[in-house]
Design a protein around this ligand. Structure first.
Ligand code: ADP
Ligand code: MG
Length: 623
């Protein structure tokens, strides 16, 4: 295993030998170095497009910022005699590169904000605009950038070595390796999962305690910094840059390379870019048609290889027997987790003892209006610590809205919400999650393209201690923590009876399993207060039995629960108190017996039907 790693590492270093043995500059300097530099740009794009799911068509602008920083700050006045530019401080290359990276990161920071408000085509247009602003700026500001005439640079000398010609590999390959390493580490960490969780369901991500703003902006900043790095290195490729390189086409080319190679794969980034650079070169004999041929080839690839070239390679690799089959791998990992989880007997989840003396929830005259519709009408409600409170009412009576108000998804029109004595008004959903409020969603909000285990790992988000730098470097402590959390997630899956599906994609789960996964993910937050919005909808009677058992175990740990249910019998069995809503108003509350016999509930809510009041095994009477 370790020997394999050493061999891989040595293989990775082979390109560093090229300048020593190859004299021809066309392939090494002209093509390979171009691929290496552009691949860094593709990797940066992958962070935003592959992980966050936001399309950016403005990365050429960020790339240009890096390139122009290096060019302007290092340009030699003797080589730019006729230039209109006057500012040429001639600082060392590495310092200029660092400034370029910083400036690009700063732009990424600004570019990140629109991504909080818009997505899809709207965001794509915003990024185009950003790219165009930068492009126009560098074309027009001749005093600073020499405009369309461009800037000439001298070859960089580092540690006494002139890095011109094929030796440019020594300058551009190590940064690519570093970027690949960082991207791999981020992708496998809780940072990568947070990005993906935001992509699949921003509200569920926030409900897991993920600060969406912070993670999205961070992704844009890291991505922009890497794009700036690529640009800074690019300035050395031809020792000449001009504005025309950094147009919209260039952004699109990077995007094509990314999708071509396969998302969220550093190897894919390099392969994609290699093809994009090499194909036109190979098809030169098509002369004027080469772009057409290239385009058609690209379309066919995209159509037949949705996972990109890397997806194809992976399956060929497996068929040839070089790579373990997925199921063998999964079996091994399951066995490992089973062994480890048996050893671990720590408490999986329990209410925070500090808050246990306080009421879990106090709603005071809470009102929610959607236009003219009053969804929740001056509702007051108290849940004592450690209690299971049932909430029932017909469809549209305001139950889910109540949960959304408590968890911060909807700002109430008026009234106050207190959780464990703390006023919640000013707190965002993720902040409430951090205070120990966890929830499930009536309309499931799983991260559907992630594995079942990873879904629970997102729930464990707040338990991770490693900081971003440690994560990027992939320090041993980070992997240790990751493994520890995997075991915890696996134990949570065991608790809800889903451990056999740990490595399946969440989207492949049956309905009842998906509901249980949401509960495991909510419990992963180690909550003190759990809100379950119709957790048993669609479950079979056997599954409901198990569910009741589970809820009791949760209660034993001192966790307070607000349980919304259509299933009357289930509510009656597990809740200590029940509140009944109708048209957003509380019409009854008390013990299950009291509520069941309340004439108001029977007439206003259950109608006059006799069967309605009797618990039925087969499901809801209120649907
Ligand atoms: P329940 O969960 O009890 O079935 P809800 O709380 O989902 O009911 O809905 C209560 C009422 O509020 C319904 O009439 C619903 O249409 C309305 N409602 C809920 N959410 C929204 C929203 N985001 N915008 C407008 N109306 C909403
Ligand atoms: Mg509802």
């Amino acid at each position: 295993m370790n020997r394999k790693k050493i061999i891989y590492a040595l293989l990775l270093l082979l390109p560093m030998l090229l300048p020593l043995f190859v004299d021809n500059q066309y392939y090494v300097h002209g093509i390979l170095c171009r691929i290496l530099i552009y691949s860094i740009l593709v990797a940066s794009l992958d962070l935003v497009v592959g992980y966050l799911g936001d399309i950016s068509i403005g990365h050429a602008g960020l790339f240009a910022i890096g390139a122009y920083s290096v060019a302007i700050l290092t340009a030699n006045p003797k080589m730019n005699m006729e230039a209109t530019m006057t500012f040429m401080p001639q600082i060392p290359f590495l310092a200029a590169l660092a400034i370029g990276v910083l400036l690009a990161a700063l732009t990424g920071f600004v570019l990140g904000f629109p991504s909080l408000r818009s997505s899809g085509p709207y965001l794509a247009v915003t990024t185009i605009a950003c790219g165009m602003i930068i492009f126009t700026f560098i074309s027009e500001q001749e005093l600073l950038t020499n405009g369309t005439k461009g800037i000439n640079l001298s070859v960089v000398t580092l540690l006494g070595v002139q890095l011109g010609g094929n030796k440019l590999v020594w300058l551009v390959y190590p940064p690519l390796l570093a970027v690949m390493w960082i991207m791999r580490n981020i992708g496998r960490s809780y940072w990568g999962r947070a990005f993906e969780a935001i992509k699949y369901s921003p509200i569920a991500a926030e409900a897991c305690g993920i600060w969406r703003t912070y993670f999205k902006i961070s992704a844009f900043v890291i991505s922009a910094a890497i794009a700036g790095l690529a640009g800074g290195l690019f300035a050395q490729l031809d020792q000449y840059i001009a504005a025309s390189t950094f147009n919209l086409d260039f952004s699109i080319l990077a995007l094509i390379a990314l999708i071509f190679g396969g998302l969220r794969s550093t190897l894919g980034n390099v392969i994609g870019m290699s093809l994009v650079v090499l194909l036109p070169d190979w098809f030169t004999w098509f002369k004027d048609f080469r772009l057409l041929v290239f385009g058609i080839l690209l379309l066919l690839t995209l159509f037949f290889l949705p996972q990109g070239v890397v997806g194809l390679l992976k399956s060929v690799w497996q068929k040839l027997g070089f790579h373990k089959h997925d199921h063998v791998d999964i079996q091994e990992r399951t066995l490992n987790l089973e062994k480890l989880s048996e050893k671990d007997s720590s408490v999986l989840f329990a209410a925070n003892t500090k808050v246990q003396k306080l009421d879990a929830l106090e709603l005071d005259l809470v009102r929610m209006q959607f236009g003219g519709l009053v969804a929740v009408n001056n509702l007051s409600l108290k849940i004592k610590s450690g209690m299971i409170m049932g909430l029932m009412g017909p469809n549209g009576s305001g139950k889910s809205t109540t949960v959304n108000i408590i968890t911060g998804l909807y700002p109430q029109t008026s009234g106050s919400v207190r959780v464990f004595g703390q006023e919640m008004n000013a707190l965002k959903p993720f902040e409430r999650a951090r205070l120990g409020v966890a929830r499930t969603f009536q309309n499931l909000q799983l991260f559907h393209d992630m594995t079942v285990l990873d879904n629970v790992m997102v729930g464990l988000h707040m338990s991770f201690k490693a900081n971003l730098v440690e994560v990027m470097l992939g320090l041993p402590a980070v992997w240790h923590e990751e493994h520890e959390m995997q075991v915890k997630a696996y134990r949570l899956l065991k608790f809800v009876g889903l451990e056999k599906s740990a490595f399946e994609k969440a989207k492949n789960l049956a309905y009842g399993q998906a509901r249980r996964l949401e509960i495991a993910r909510a419990l992963a937050l180690n909550p003190s207060f759990l809100l379950l919005d119709e957790p048993a909808a669609g479950l079979t009677s056997g599954e409901i039995e198990e569910f009741n058992h589970m809820i009791r175990k949760v209660k034993q740990q001192g966790i307070s629960v607000l349980l919304i249910e259509h299933h009357m019998d289930m509510l009656m069995e597990v809740s200590e108190e029940i509140t009944v809503l109708d048209f957003g108003k509380k019409i009854s509350e008390g013990t299950p017996d009291q509520v069941q016999n309340d004439p108001k509930v029977i007439s206003a809510y259950l109608g006059t039907s006799d069967v309605a009041v009797k618990p039925s095994g087969s499901g809801g009477v209120l649907a």
